[in-house]
Design a binder for this molecule. Structure first.
Ligand SMILES: [Ca+2]
Length: 440
């Protein structure tokens, strides 16, 4: 079992947390602890707080799917030319030879070696039919982005591309950003950059020409989706005011959802051509090749877990606060004393845990006992929280005769529900509850 970010010993946390705070006072990660033990008048108890897993490289946990599935180069083997020099044709791709194969997993392996490893598509040999490729990254789990998505091309960057996301495991898709050398021509959208966005237009979907320039810019190989610039609209240019961002994330569901996804899809629509005319005599100059994709984020656990495990090829939150589910999205059985709610980032820095509480806790919800609050008509008091009524009776203290008939209850039954004895019992119950409430 591959595990990551497992719960660290509670005792070690204050020390580690203190160190982290010293060096990175304003970064993500204020919410590392879900609970801590504190001394109160009642003795040692738990103090609960909002918590979330640390951000990580999410490409370790994804499944990649290509459409069309046979679009990877090398079957049959092909030789490619460079875009810059059509006579330089020494890029060979052969799926049957390890050194010459370019499978999709090479987009997610360790980078930093030279030459880099990369996935490559087959060439645009069917021109003028479009060379369209969808690369889908699936986590089978909701995750939250914490840093820019960065796609590094080994080929020229595409002339047209769309980055999309799904929040429902690939059933529906929404665009994140459009990329083109000419936004108007490709998508009938005015070109914009992330710098054009404001706090009010942060969720706008834009088309940018920043990442699609031709081979003149061949040393600039990356295409980005700018998460940090969007955060900076609330948190300031160096993200120094994260409280402001957290406050917004807490109160604006749309904003939180914007950075949340289960799948990403890179739709490559037109490869780099470096010119307005496509050289039909040498179509092996045109293809896509990607050496690296960076997706940094964290499991979405609704602020109810500080760790996430990867087990049986699936991520899931290690839920605290009496919650359960892959995203800690509901209360555990027997902990449904109040409606489930996500944790809250506010107040800074510990947030609010909004834990799930046991069903019927405390004296306020005491329903029956063997002295003053006796169950009526042969009912039995169960754990002081409910009367188990004899057949034919219902009500809090089994004081009512059950009437199941369609014709309604006979008059005598109605009378019985308001009989003096039941009335006195209910009055006593109300009085006792008030007394308890005052005592609290
Ligand atoms: Ca690589």
């Amino acid at each position: 079992m591959r595990m990551w970010l497992m719960v660290t010993l509670q005792a070690a946390w204050p020390c580690l947390f203190g160190l982290a705070m010293q060096h990175y006072p304003t970064t993500w990660g204020h919410y590392d602890m879900c609970k801590s033990q504190v001394y109160t008048d009642d003795g040692l108890t738990w103090d609960y707080m909002a918590c979330q897993p640390e951000a990580a490289d999410m490409t370790q946990y994804l499944k990649v799917t290509l459409d069309p599935p046979d679009i990877t180069c090398g079957d049959p083997p092909e030789t490619y030319c460079t875009l810059e020099n059509p006579y330089m044709c020494n890029n060979e791709c052969d799926a049957t030879t390890e050194e010459l194969a370019h499978p999709p997993e090479l987009m997610f392996d360790f980078e930093g070696r030279n030459p880099s490893t990369f996935w490559q598509s087959s060439s645009w040999r069917k021109y003028p039919k479009p060379l369209a490729v969808n690369i889908t990254l699936s986590w089978n789990k909701t995750i939250e982005l914490t840093d820019d998505i960065v796609i590094t091309f080994e080929s020229g960057r595409p002339e047209q591309m769309v980055l999309e996301k799904s929040l429902d495991y690939g059933k529906t898709w929404q665009p994140y950003q459009f990329y083109a050398t000419d936004c108007l021509d490709a998508f009938t959208m005015e070109p914009k950059t992330v710098q054009d966005l404001t706090q009010f237009t942060l969720l706008d979907i834009i088309c940018t020409e920043d990442y699609s320039r031709g081979y003149v810019w061949k040393y600039d190989k990356t295409v980005r989706f700018e998460i940090k610039d969007r955060f900076a609209l609330f948190a300031g240019p160096r993200l120094h005011n994260m409280a402001s961002l957290y406050g917004q994330l807490d109160t604006t569901k749309n904003l939180r959802d914007f950075f949340t996804l289960t799948d990403l899809r890179i739709r490559l629509l037109r490869p780099a051509t470096g010119a307005t005319m496509v050289d039909e005599g040498n179509l092996s100059r045109y293809f896509y090749a990607i050496s690296d994709i960076k997706v940094h984020g964290r499991c979405k656990c609704n602020l109810h877990a500080n760790s996430c495990v990867f087990d049986k090829e699936k991520l899931s939150c290690e839920c605290e606060h009496n919650t359960t589910g892959p995203d800690c999205g509901r209360c555990k059985r027997n902990y449904q004393g109040r409606a489930w709610s996500p944790g809250s980032y506010l107040p800074i820095p510990k947030g609010t845990a909004n834990i799930c509480v046991p069903n019927n806790v405390g004296p306020v919800t005491r329903v029956c006992d063997d002295e003053l609050l006796r169950c009526q008509n042969g009912g039995v008091c169960v754990n002081n929280i409910r009367c188990q009524c004899a057949p034919g009776y219902s009500g809090l203290l089994c004081e009512k005769v059950r009437c199941d008939g369609e014709a309604g209850c006979p008059l005598s039954d109605s009378y019985q529900t308001s009989s003096p004895s039941a009335g006195i019992i209910l009055l006593l119950l109300t009085l006792l509850r008030s007394t308890w409430a005052l005592a609290l």
